[in-house]
Design a protein around this ligand. Structure first.
Ligand SMILES: Nc1ncnc2c1ncn2[C@@H]1O[C@H](COP(=O)(O)OP(=O)(O)OP(=O)(O)O)[C@@H](O)[C@H]1O
Length: 220
């Protein structure tokens, strides 16, 4: 499903460069639940951002479903970004001024989906996540775990084939973290969504089926 070939990422520093990722090769198959682990500063988030099309690599090739991402035109890339990929952030990144309902609906507005279909999709997800009673609340009226549920609902509402999650339970208590990880496991097993998470936690990695270790910008 995903293939990275010889990906590097660096930033200019003075006359030299600061290398963040070095010659990363990686394959992710459809249906996998992969955990990227490694010390702080080793390049995990940078790798995930490249996978999620939030950053571009300095060198190398990224193939998504057999197609070179950097050769796609802007329209195709945007479609991929809005349709096939969902991204979940550690700090939720919800829009404070929008209600729970509106936050979840946002990705569908970008897809020009008819309003009746939007309503039914959002209603289904609110129901599945037991959040119907919270739909008119704003993010700051929710607990961290509930905010992350909204973050995940927003990531899956457009029915992506893959979710990238950057330390999705990093700000949560252990019981909240457990329910979020159980949800990811269910999305992977029942819905068949491929999941790639960055985590520092062995417990969280235990929900997945493969660990990729990164150290100083290289895959071990
Ligand atoms: N825009 C940037 N410009 C310069 N350096 C950057 C930039 N973004 C990240 N870095 C550097 O890249 C390195 C790797 O960062 P990254 O966030 O990918 O690490 P990480 O493994 O996710 O760390 P953590 O576990 O602490 O979140 C760090 O040294 C960071 O300072």
């Amino acid at each position: 499903m995903i293939q990275l070939r010889n990906i590097s990422k660096h930033y200019p520093v003075g006359f030299g460069k600061h290398e963040i990722l070095k010659n990363v090769d990686m394959v992710i198959h459809e249906g996998e639940f992969v955990s990227i682990m490694g010390p702080s500063g080793s390049g995990k988030s940078t790798l995930l951002h490249i996978l999620g099309l939030l950053e571009e690599p300095s060198e190398g090739e990224y193939l998504f479903q057999g197609e070179l991402v950097h050769k796609m035109n802007d329209k195709k890339r945007t479609q991929l970004h809005r349709g096939a990929i969902g991204f979940v952030f550690q700090a939720y990144h919800l829009i404070d001024e929008l209600t729970v309902y509106e936050n979840i609906e946002t990705p569908l507005l970008y897809k020009n989906m008819p309003s009746s279909e939007r309503k039914s999709r959002v209603a289904d997800i609110l129901d599945r996540f037991n959040m119907v009673a919270k739909k008119d609340l704003f993010p700051n009226q929710l607990s961290g775990g509930q905010q992350q549920l909204v973050g995940i609902a927003r990531a899956i509402v457009a029915e992506p084939s893959v979710i990238f999650a950057d330390e999705p339970t990093g700000n949560l208590h252990s019981d909240q973290a457990k329910s979020i990880m159980e949800l990811f496991a269910e999305l992977n097993k029942k819905d068949g969504i491929t999941i790639v998470q960055v985590t520092h936690s062995d417990v969280n990695a235990g929900y997945g089926n493969r660990v990729v270790e990164i150290m100083d910008g290289r895959i071990k």
